[in-house]
Design a protein around this ligand. Structure first.
Ligand code: UD2
Ligand code: MN
Length: 286
């Protein structure tokens, strides 16, 4: 019969796949942003992370190879909070992961979605990632059962944010933290490169997903609770009314504007202990 137990010889030099439900998860977490850790302290707290911000579970074969892409400029102190909370969570979740901070060089208007496209391209050069998580630098999950992983459809991980009363502000809301497999990302032609300044790029992404015939997966509302660090709007990222014009035309432009039309120049790749920082020139609004 095939019901005999499978015994593993201690010499067997092969690992099993990691389980679907990582055993070390603890559930709800207390997230506060009052304590400030120095980068040196963070490095000491997270010695299991390999140089460049990479981790691979030592005792099982990870189910996914995950690149975490963070759009960035001038938010060092948010990044330290993010690293403090996320490394231990991600370790418990047992994926293989790499952290990529994509920094926009210069003072031109910020372009979050274009930086996310850069992150996809640059991370893919380093490793054969199969899942990409695009996360704001200021968002932390309040429950480690909110798995930073990809699923059947593009996945919205920040579906219950504190600042929106722990629920979706509107049905098509897709901001904060989202996960795409490589295939899902390519299917929507990545993100638009044409949203300069604050707003609407997340609605564009949602539209790309639905127009491509996919839907959005979300964790349950309790598991999906997330906290955003309170902050003011940054200089160089003002609301841009022109973004509504871009959004209204996206149906016709999305196949030309995105991953396939991405242009930027690489300025620097800096490996830190807990993350890789990639600084790029992405130009300026037309
Ligand atoms: C909301 C969305 C965000 C995005 C944005 C509009 C939530 C939780 N998040 O965030 O996903 O759609 O609106 O663009 O609703 N950043 C920098 N430096 C800057 C400016 C921005 O690093 O100077 C990065 C950083 O990762 C930040 C992210 O861009 O978290 C989004 O910018 P924000 O935090 O100012 O916007 P917010 O909180 O309204
Ligand atoms: Mn924010």
């Amino acid at each position: 019969s095939n019901a005999t137990s499978v015994t593993k010889s201690p010499e067997a030099n092969h690992l099993e796949k990691c389980p679907d439900d990582p055993p070390e998860l603890v559930g709800p977490l207390r997230i506060v942003f009052d304590e400030e850790q120095s980068m040196e302290q963070l490095v000491e707290l997270n010695t299991y992370v390999e140089f460049g911000g990479h981790y691979k579970p030592p005792d099982c074969i990870p189910l996914q190879r995950i690149a975490i892409i963070i759009p960035f400029r001038n938010r060092e102190h948010h990044l330290r909070h993010w690293l403090y909370y996320l490394h231990p969570i991600l370790r418990r979740q047992q994926g293989e992961y790499g952290i990529y901070v994509i920094e926009q060089a210069g003072e031109n208007t910020f372009n979050r979605a274009k930086l996310l496209n850069v992150g996809f391209v640059e991370a893919s050069k380093e490793n054969n990632y199969d899942c990409f998580i695009f996360s704001d630098v200021d968002i932390v999950p309040e429950n480690d059962r909110n798995l930073y992983r990809c699923s059947q459809n593009p996945r919205h991980l920040a579906c219950a944010m504190d600042k929106f009363g722990y629920k979706l502000p509107y049905t098509g809301y897709f901001g904060g933290v989202v996960a795409f497999t490589k295939e899902q990302y390519l299917k929507i032609n990545g993100f638009s490169n044409n949203y300069w300044g604050w707003g609407t790029e997340d609605d564009d992404t949602y539209k790309r997903v639905t127009l491509s015939g996919m839907s959005v997966d979300r964790p349950d509302r309790n598991v999906g609770r997330t906290k955003m660090i309170r902050h003011q709007r940054d200089k160089g990222n003002e609301v841009n009314e022109k973004n509504y014009v871009v959004y209204n035309r996206m149906k016709y432009t999305r196949n030309q504007d995105g991953y396939i039309s991405l242009k930027y120049s690489l300025i620097k790749i800096e490996k830190n202990q807990l993350f890789t920082k990639i600084t790029v020139d992405i130009g300026k609004p037309p």
